[in-house]
Design a protein around this ligand. Structure first.
Ligand code: ADP
Ligand code: MG
Length: 323
């Protein structure tokens, strides 16, 4: 079996051209660019909790970095460095290095695409656990915070919501999708594509932002709390797969759309005066950007249907979804 040192050397030490001193010493050394602040975020993925134990390691390598990149996107930061801490079980260490090889491939493919250097980490034996810290840069005072939403702001969503939760519901047997529907939604669950470039381009346009990782309502609620405002959301405006649209307002479809996790889209608010610029950005980036509602006074989060009726979220099990 490989030693800890061999695992690190063989699979995780790679050239880190954007770093003063990379992995291999007691600490890495990084230098921030002039005029920039550092944005730092950590995510832990636990086997059984965030992914199935037998999950495809290549996709796991991709996803563990993708969820961290998504946090950088939500701040408007450019991701630059990452550290990776792994607890690896016996099963992973005794498979002829297939797991390690595939995990590292999935990780570094995405890291290279976003020019992120892996600059350190820790490696131990234990139940499979993947903990990553990412460090990015954002111009001083410009980061997109949750606290910036103001009354009258439009609420926008990138891409579409519900795919990952729908694919998961299918895997868990809560719903039976047609093959074409699975094909349309599964990539969002297995290999999310974080909105890294979009996030940076929203600086100067958006007033607040968050990435949708726990479901639209739960994440929007964070913006509302931090900004001390309310919101009204128009259900029929939310961009979603046809497989969800045709099943609305069934509880499962509603749940996937409003409370499903793992979307990794950006939810942001912006003054109405920025509409034209945001629509232009949407065309330029080839990412759908949709206005789904408005920031209001007070603190209520209201969802209305096409007829303008408020949807009783509690009756739909809203609280239950969040538990
Ligand atoms: P220390 O004993 O100082 O904690 P380690 O022996 O744990 O150092 O790690 C040696 C070097 O390898 C360090 O620079 C560390 O950051 C790096 N490293 C350890 N695990 C990983 C990993 N999974 N990915 C990238 N670098 C790693
Ligand atoms: Mg160590």
């Amino acid at each position: 079996m490989l030693s800890e040192f061999e695992i690190i050397q063989r699979y995780f030490v790679r050239p880190s051209p954007r770093t003063v001193l990379g992995a291999g010493d007691d600490a890495a050394l990084i230098e921030a660019s002039t005029g920039m602040e550092l944005a730092v975020s950590t995510d832990m993925l636990v086997s059984g909790q965030h992914f199935f134990v037998d999950a495809e390691p290549r996709l796991l390598g991709h996803k563990s970095l993708a969820v961290n990149l998504s946090d950088m996107a939500a701040m408007g930061a450019r991701p630059r460095w990452a550290t990776l801490s792994l607890a690896l079980p016996e099963s992973v260490l005794c498979d002829g290095e297939k797991w390690l090889q595939a995990f590292a491939e999935g990780f570094f493919e995405l890291a290279h695409a976003h020019q992120v250097d892996l600059i350190g980490g820790d490696t131990t034996k234990g139940p499979l656990n993947i903990c990553m810290t990412i460090i990015g840069e954002v111009a001083k005072g410009k980061a997109l915070r949750r606290s910036g939403a103001r009354r009258g702001d439009d609420i926008w969503i990138s891409g579409r919501l519900g795919d990952a939760a729908l694919a998961l519901a299918n895997q868990q047997g809560h719903i039976v999708l047609e093959p074409a529907e699975i094909e349309a939604s599964l990539p969002a669950l297995l290999a999310p594509q974080p909105r890294v470039e979009l996030g940076q381009r929203l600086i100067g346009l958006a007033r607040s932002a968050i990435d949708v990782s726990d479901g639209l309502l739960a994440d929007l609620e964070h913006i509302l709390k931090r900004s001390k405002v309310g919101a009204i959301i128009r259900l029929q405006e939310i961009n979603c797969p046809a497989s969800i649209k045709k099943r609305l307002p069934q509880p499962l479809a509603l749940k996937c759309l409003l409370a499903g996790g793992d979307d990794y889209e950006l939810c942001f608010t912006a003054p109405t005066a920025k509409r034209a610029k945001i629509e232009w950005l949407s065309r330029e980036q080839r990412i759908a950007l949709t206005r789904i509602g408005t920031i209001t006074e007070g603190e209520d989060l209201i969802v209305i249907d096409a007829a303008g009726r408020s949807i009783a979220l509690e009756a739909k099990g809203y609280d239950h979804f969040r538990a």
